[in-house]
Every structure is written in C-alpha cells, then in structure tokens.
Design a binder for this molecule. Structure first.
Ligand code: GRF
Length: 217
C-alpha cells in the first residue's frame, strides 16, 4: 500500500499497546507504518520488542534535560527527523508542554485505561472498583493539553465482575486496549475522520464515531 502514514510511537515502559500497533502495521494493507519508537526511559521493556521487529528506536531520556521545554524540543526534532506524521502515545508517562501538544494538534493520539471522561489520571482500575462501577474500559482520543482529555475516537467497554481485583480488571481492559488501539490508529491514518469543534466526525461512509466496542466476559 502506498502512502501509509508514518507513525511514531511514544512509550515509557512495557509497551504492550506498542506491540499491538507494530503487529497491526505488519500487514502491508494497514494504513500506518511504524517509523520509530521513542522512549523517555532507557530501560523501557518495549524497546527490545521494537528492535527485534526491526523498528528504529530512540531513547530521549528526560533526565538529561534541564526543563520540560528542552525535553519536548528534543522529542519534537526526533519525530520530525523520522518524518513522523502521526504520534501514538502508548503508556508514555510524561506530561507535554502546550507548545508540543499544539504543534501536533489532531495528529497525536493516546490510549487511556478508562471510559473517558471517567477516571482521568492514574489508578483508574482501583477507582472504578472502589466506586462499584459495573462497566469500565479504555479510550483512544486525540491529545489536548489537559491530561486525558480530547476528542474521542474509540472506546472499548468491559464488564466489571464482582470477583475483580485491580489486576484482573486491568488485564481485561488491557486486552480490550490491544483491540481498539490498532483500529483507532487505522481510522486516523486512513483519513476516515476529522475533528470538528472538538468532536470526531467521520469523513468516510459507513464509519460511526466514536467507535465503541463492547467486550464481553
Ligand atoms: C495502558 O494501560 C495505557 O492505557 C496507559 O498505560 C498503559 C500502558 O501499557 N496509557 P503498555 O505499556 O502499553 O503495556
């Protein structure tokens, strides 16, 4: 397929969502190709998988930079050096400056382990269980400066079971994340959607947005 969108994946750790995106992009008909994986942590586990798949990787260690602005500038120039057109954050644990977010407006997506706008921030599974929530899930959205906010592209809903612990619930949500993230990136990369007034709307026939995938137990 020609014109596959060059995608840069940002990670900080395990990289299981990164793996799901890399695997999806191994299909030559997938509309995105992974141009680079960048980690802000030198020992992020995900780097090994990416390298083993022959994907270019870079480490931009945030500890080597005196300010958030300097780190973001280094990140931005690495992304541009790799001709990245779309950024997919996959467990990237750095808050970005407004300058970086705006430079990549509507070209940077993120996955968050909750049905946004519920449970922004950390420990979403623990909080859902503490609230007695009966359903939970994951969301892929365009990145805005306010953390875990921005136009929603796709959500996966999973049930919360009475027997759940944060770990079992996290695993069910993670399995769902691996399904929706490749679907959401494909929609962005194929030009099937655009952002209008902070809502994601379909530009291709037959696409209903946001994509909501119910995952049954
Ligand atoms: C995922 O739960 C993702 O939603 C959140 O951070 C976690 C990253 O996991 N943003 P992994 O590194 O993709 O395995």
């Amino acid at each position: 397929m020609t014109g596959r969108k060059k995608t840069g994946i940002l990670i900080s750790g395990r990289g299981s969502n990164m793996q799901a995106l890399i695997r999806a992009a191994q299909d030559p008909h997938y509309p995105a190709e992974i141009a680079v994986v960048i980690s802000n942590r030198p020992n992020a586990q995900g780097l090994d998988f990416a390298k083993a798949q022959g994907i270019r990787t870079e480490v931009i260690d945030h500890k080597a930079y005196g300010s958030r602005e300097d780190f973001d500038r280094a990140l931005d120039s690495a992304l541009r050096r790799h001709h990245v057109e779309i950024i997919a954050c996959a467990g990237f644990m750095r808050v970005m400056t407004k300058t970086l977010v705006e430079a990549w407006r509507d070209r940077m997506i993120n996955i968050h382990p909750s049905l946004l706008p519920a449970y922004k921030g950390l420990h979403s599974h623990e909080r859902a269980l503490a609230d007695g929530a009966t359903r939970h899930g994951a969301t892929v959205h365009f990145v805005r400066h306010d953390v875990d906010s921005g136009p929603i592209i796709a959500q996966a809903r999973v049930p919360v079971l009475k027997s759940d612990t944060p770990e079992t619930l996290a695993q069910r949500v993670l399995d769902a994340e691996h399904k929706i993230y490749p679907k959401a990136l494909a929609l962005v990369a194929s030009g099937a959607l655009r952002v209008e007034g902070e809502e994601v709307v379909a530009t291709a026939p037959g696409v209903t947005l946001p994509v909501v995938i119910p995952v049954l137990p």
